[in-house]
Ligand binder design. Structure first.
Ligand SMILES: Nc1ncnc2c1ncn2[C@@H]1O[C@H](COP(=O)(O)OP(=O)(O)OP(=O)(O)O)[C@@H](O)[C@H]1O
Ligand SMILES: [Mg+2]
Length: 491
């Protein structure tokens, strides 16, 4: 030490530098290990390094087994769970393909604290990875990408998912804890399976999309009458894939610039939802108000929507072409996967440019309740698979239209514990009333056209009931309550 101090005092500056540089080289030459540092923050002080968080997640389980000092945090993901990571200046070992490695945690503490929005965070954490230099290729190649991938997967599993809504050009979020799942959605089993397979295939197709040079995104258009489960299906999609939801309220977006900002801020592994697209945009980009147009109140989930005044008070200039441009081009530059889901009650009102294949990759019709869908609801609500009243319900569902939301309402127990028979009889009464209403409506329409169903029946030599069925077909519904399109597909 004394010699080095004397040397520093009397030796010229250039010579000191020369010695320092060469002594480091000699040390590196003799020292057989390689060390890599992963800082918590890189460059921008406010952006946490993705690599650092992936490593933190990856080391979670080995930390809890090996480290003597741990840090604990609680993550809410459906239920609360405890996440452990190693404390500062702890060390754990890892093994990969027979090679031993050492991970250590540390922190730099700034001695001259500068101005910060986060006064208590003048510490910068880091991890260092140490391994023998003969394993350089294995570690830098395979091992590190394995760590990042595993870490990301653990993050997805543990993370608290969010439901974002936009207030003008800003997203705000609440924790997303919707209980919907594909299991509880009332729908034909093969159709349900097809949708689930499509979603899972998409979520695993990163390499495929990279190979064909397309952005990793997929568009879904959900259409059908109110109360057929479009919003419920979006929640089930998010739960299946463990994605966040961005519920984009176009009516509160000022112009295309704001829209661009909002879309660019969405994170990967997310579903961007634009509900009632027919009411949000028309061809010229001018706004139509759904309530004015249809003369009905807002039936949407109030949690997902902005207050009415807030949306009404703003004039938006978002255009269809702007929306399409962003959906097509914008995310090509962004990492990660995104689903875009549009919903509408009126497919025929949409601009063909919006729904052409390639833009909306999959069109899903959610329709009136079929007998198969009813059985799913009965299983969910009443915990039964069969009942002697099922035969009558099947018959009525074939003759009249009722949405799954209405059927579910009848199956809701009126007292606790509920009485299944009472619920099913209530549903039968509801279906009979719906059938009668439809018959009266058909009669009235026929009268307006000039001849009554009885007269028509006489002309045809058939009964008024058969005529009512014909009326159903004219309205686009087959005998089993499915839409014409579905029936044709089945044929
Ligand atoms: N297919 C379905 N399976 C299970 N439940 C359903 C289904 N359709 C509707 N429901 C029930 O009805 C309620 C309303 O459904 P939902 O909000 O998903 O309908 P929607 O199609 O989005 O209607 P809208 O067009 O008015 O937005 C839900 O809370 C759900 O409980
Ligand atoms: Mg909805």
């Amino acid at each position: 030490m004394f010699v080095w101090a004397m040397f520093k005092q009397y030796c010229p500056y250039q010579l000191q530098n020369y010695f320092e540089k060469h002594s480091k080289r000699v040390f590196t030459f003799v020292y057989p290990f390689i060390q890599i540092t992963f800082n918590e923050f890189t460059g921008d002080r406010f952006m946490r390094s993705e690599a650092y968080s992936a490593i933190e997640n990856y080391l979670g389980s080995s930390s809890s087994m090996q480290a003597k000092r741990l840090k604990a945090d609680v993550v809410k993901n459906g239920s609360q769970s405890l996440v452990l990571s190693m404390d500062d200046f702890e060390e754990v070992t890892d093994e990969f393909q027979g090679v031993k490695l050492r991970w250590a945690s540390g922190k730099h503490i700034s001695k001259t604290p500068s101005f910060s929005f986060y006064p208590a965070t003048d510490e910068r954490m880091y991890y260092t990875l140490t391994f023998h230099k003969r394993h350089r290729n294995l570690i830098l190649g395979t091992y590190l990408s394995h760590v990042l991938k595993e870490g990301d997967a653990i993050k997805v599993k543990n993370r608290q998912r969010k439901l974002y809504t936009n207030s003008g050009s800003y997203w705000r979020h609440v924790v997303f804890e919707h209980p919907a799942s594909f299991e509880t959605i009332a729908m034909e089993a093969d159709k349900k399976k097809e949708i689930m397979d499509d979603l899972i295939t998409f979520s695993q197709a990163e390499e495929f999309y990279a190979r064909i040079g397309r952005a990793w995104k997929r568009g879904y258009l959900l259409y059908g009458p109110p109360g057929t489960g479009k919003s419920t299906m979006i929640a089930a999609m998010a739960n299946l894939l463990k994605y966040d939801i961005y519920d984009l309220e176009l009516t509160s977006v000022k112009d295309n610039t704001e829209l661009r900002k909002l879309l660019i801020e969405t994170s990967s592994r997310s579903i961007i939802v634009i509900e009632d697209i027919d009411c949000s945009l028309d061809l010229t980009g001018q706004r139509k108000k759904k309530n004015e147009e249809q003369g009905r109140g807002d039936e949407k989930d109030p949690k997902l929507k902005l207050p009415k005044e807030e949306t009404d008070s703003k004039q938006s200039q978002v255009t269809l072409s702007g929306l399409l441009n962003f959906i097509d081009g914008l995310w090509s530059a962004c990492k990660g996967e995104r689903l875009v889901v549009f919903t509408t009650n009126f497919l025929e009102k949409l601009d063909p440019a919006l729904i052409r294949k390639g833009r909306m990759d999959k069109h899903i019709e959610l329709s009136y309740c079929s007998f198969e869908a009813f059985k799913v609801l009965a299983k969910n609500y009443l915990l039964i698979e069969s009942h002697h009243l099922y035969a009558r319900i099947q018959e009525l569902l074939g003759e009249t239209k009722m949405t799954p939301a209405e059927v579910a309402e009848h199956l809701m127990p009126k007292t606790l514990p509920g009485d299944n028979k009472v619920c099913l009889e209530g549903l039968i009464a509801g279906l009979e009333k719906a059938k009668e209403d439809a018959r009266l409506k058909a009669e009235e329409e026929a009268r307006e056209k000039g001849s009554s169903p009885e007269e028509k029946a006489k002309e045809k030599g058939s009964s008024p009931e058969e005529n009512a069925k014909d009326q159903g077909k004219e309205n686009g519904f087959c005998e089993n309550g499915n839409t014409e399109m579905n029936c044709k597909e089945k044929e």
